[in-house]
Design a protein around this ligand. Structure first.
Ligand SMILES: C[S@@+](CC[C@H](N)C(=O)[O-])C[C@H]1O[C@@H](n2cnc3c(N)ncnc32)[C@H](O)[C@@H]1O
Length: 474
């Protein structure tokens, strides 16, 4: 039983949160606007499913090439110098390079790095001379005759992820790849990485990998049936066909009306590592725009959901744990990073985050909820604090590396914990403003259908905003 006094105290903090939230909403009233151009489809991977090359590797957390084209055109950024510090599979890089921009991406996970590196080669036509060769691989299916002595690298969380026959086929395919000395190797590896989920017993589900009941993992309360699990040959043939079609000059890319065939492709540079380590190494006043989407503060654990791919790329147990801690804090397992020890010039960024009253009050509230055991997981408070303090340091660096008049265009979602909305858009914009940005816009995606006022009163909650922030360096 929670004591009446405690309930009262918690309610009081909640009232404060609402008041501070309203104050910030009022502060940004004229620029917090709905933008009908920003459909869910283009602010997610969905639109890439119809876009040549971008469709090869389905990165659920990606945004679309169309979104990048939209903002580059809107802000006249063609041929400019662009940065994405959370590059993922490189959507910003490839879409802006198509429009003549010079682009730099920073990405921590080897899956994103591998996709970007291989796509860079495809982007500049490296594979154009290999199309017939690829076609011959497709028609001869040489992996079928291979009895592989290569063992698939597995992690504790990926054990028994594939039906036995599929596992054998993967091993044969890996053996086949190892026999190629030319760079077709990378493209075949990309194809393999791109089908792992669909041929496995798993489904990427945000925080974890979900396991189909057929995997016999022996845990999990609810029975999950992922439906058809594709066999290896069907999946790899389909993927290779798709890749060959796109390398051949698939016209789908122009579907959206941004015909970039006239532009010369800009140079793309990938920096491997954490942006918390790499941003400070970049020169000040270098970039015209930063177009990015950091991990959301939603407990999604990329090191778990992409574990099949990371295992295939040779990540072992120890490096998986290290990666998890190096990622921007967004899971309950993240320990606190000593930001000042990482970089003493971040004291200002840390101070700025400490000064945001709304964030402070939300953290007090969550701590109280933790004390009375009303928080799903005790790590949530540390995660939220870590998220905003680390993001504050990132924003500080973004401000430094941008040229005067340069833009940050950032996609992010608001989240909710213990019945309270955490308005990530307002808090990060407040931090950015105090670091020196002008907050031009917080563009809100139009509400989903079906979110009627009736439903709102029934469920007592508004839908969480998904936004694109536009900040300008003054
Ligand atoms: C929302 S995704 C970005 C997806 C990207 N916009 C795209 O279209 O592919 C966030 C990315 O940030 C990466 N990430 C997380 N922590 C990082 C860090 N400390 N440094 C660099 N990248 C990081 C994740 O691996 C993930 O790929």
């Amino acid at each position: 039983m929670i004591q009446a006094e405690t309930i009262e105290k918690i309610e009081e903090i909640k009232t404060n949160i609402n008041r501070l939230n309203e104050q910030l909403e009022e502060h940004y009233r004229n620029i917090l606007i709905e933008d009908a151009n920003l459909s869910r489809q283009i602010v997610s991977f969905q639109a890439n499913k119809r876009t040549a090359s971008f469709r090869w590797y389905k990165y659920k957390e990606a945004f679309s090439a169309v979104l990048i084209e939209y903002f580059i055109n809107k802000f006249g950024l063609n041929n400019k110098n662009i940065l994405d510090p959370f590059a993922g599979v490189g959507t910003t890089l490839f879409a802006s390079s198509n429009l003549g921009c010079k682009c730099t991406g920073i990405e921590l996970l080897s899956i994103g790095q591998k996709i970007i590196e291989t796509r860079i080669k495809a982007h500049y036509g490296f594979y154009n001379n290999y199309i017939d060769y690829l076609k011959s691989i497709l028609s001869e299916k040489p992996w079928l005759g291979i009895n592989s002595d290569i063992k698939l690298n597995e992690l504790r969380i990926t054990k028994n992820a594939y039906p036995n026959e599929t596992k054998k086929s993967i091993q044969s395919f890996i053996k086949l790849i190892s026999t190629y000395s030319n760079s077709v190797k990378d493209l075949l590896e990309l194809a393999l990485l791109s089908i792992l989920e669909e041929i496995s017993f798993t489904r990427k589900d945000g925080q974890y990998l979900r396991w189909d009941y057929r995997a016999n993992r022996g845990y999990g309360q609810k029975i999950f049936d992922k439906g058809l699990i594709k066999d290896f040959d069907t999946a790899i043939i389909k993927k290779l066909n798709e890749i060959i079609l796109d390398l051949n000059g698939n016209d789908e890319l122009y579907l959206w009306g941004f015909d970039h065939r006239t532009s010369e492709k800009g140079e793309i540079k990938l920096i491997k590592g954490s942006c918390l380590d790499e941003l400070p190494k970049l020169n000040s006043n270098t970039f015209d725009a930063i177009i990015t989407s950091p991990p959301y503060c939603n407990r999604y654990d990329y090191t778990r959901t992409y574990a099949l791919e990371l295992a295939l790329l040779g990540v072992d147990e120890k490096s998986l744990l290290d990666l998890r801690q190096t990622m921007l804090s967004c899971t309950v397992e993240n320990r606190e990073k000593n930001l000042l020890e990482m970089n003493s010039s971040w004291s200002r960024a840390i101070h700025v985050a400490e000064q945001v009253d709304l964030l402070k009050t939300i953290l007090v509230y969550l701590n109280e909820m933790k004390k009375v055991k009303r928080l799903n997981n005790n790590g949530i408070v540390r995660m939220i604090r870590g998220y905003f303090f680390e993001m504050s340091c990132v924003i500080y660096e973004l401000h430094r590396v941008l040229k005067k008049g340069g833009y940050v265009i950032m996609v992010n979602d608001n989240v909710r914990y213990a019945g309270v909305c955490v308005p990530v858009d307002l808090i990060l914009s407040r931090i950015a403003e105090n670091i020196g940005f002008n907050i031009n816009n917080i563009l809100v995606l139009p509400q989903k259908k079906g979110n009627s006022s009736q439903q709102m009163s029934k469920h007592g909650r508004k839908e969480l905003r998904k936004c694109v922030y536009v900040w300008e360096k003054m």
